[in-house]
Structure formats: structure tokens, C-alpha cells
Design a protein around this ligand. Sequence first.
Ligand SMILES: [Zn+2]
Length: 132
Amino acid sequence: MTPAPSPTLQLGKCPSCHARFVPIDGPCPRCGSAGTETYAARGVGRVLAATALEVPPPGWPSPHLLALVEVEDGVRLLVASDPPLPGVGALVQVVADGAIYRAHPMPPEEDGRGEGDVPKVGGTRPPFEPPR
Ligand SMILES: [Zn+2]
């Protein structure tokens, strides 16, 4: 049996309203409580959307691959992605690389850990609705 992966991602949680979030510094984005905590998560999640920026901001490689990933507890992160561009629903491992979150591909047949609590695409939150 493959040993459990070590947690690689710090997420924030709020003892008052139980929200889970990133970034982990500052008050709770839902209720404003200042008494937030951090916890270690596996960082395994699914790609909700991805794109390749052919003309990225200065300092980034071209193409610059970006993905919106939902990890445990429904926390969503915008991450830089390793090539090739991941497809919607792809299983990835998100790690913090300094101030940047990066996604590494993780084929389900090779991860050996089952999908457990990995969220299904679009399964934990209602669709995004832009402000009117
Ligand atoms: Zn809160």
C-alpha cells in the first residue's frame, strides 16, 4: 500500500463560521473574524478551468499556463500549471512555491491514493455568478 501523501498546502479556516480559504493571512473572507487558523491539506484537487497566456506579464514564461483548481474542503486556487495545459477535471497536486501556487499533473491511475475527498468538478459550490 502506498503511504499517505504528506500535506503540502496550508489552508485557512475560521472557527467562527467554519469557512475554508486562501490566502491564509488576514481576517476570514466570509465573516471578518480575525481569529483564523491554518491547517495542512494534501493539496490534491481537480481543475475547474485552465488557459494558456501566450503573452504573459513580464517575468513569466510563454505560454504561461494558469488553472483554477478546487482542492479539499471546496477551496479554490488560481495556480500556475506545469505543461501540458491540464484539462477540466484533471487531477492535480497543488503546492506552494514561495508566494506562488503551482499545480503538478497527477494521473489517477498512478496516484495510488484513491480519490477519497477530492472534489468532483462543480460538485461542492454553486456556479459562479458575476456581480450585476
Ligand atoms: Zn468566518
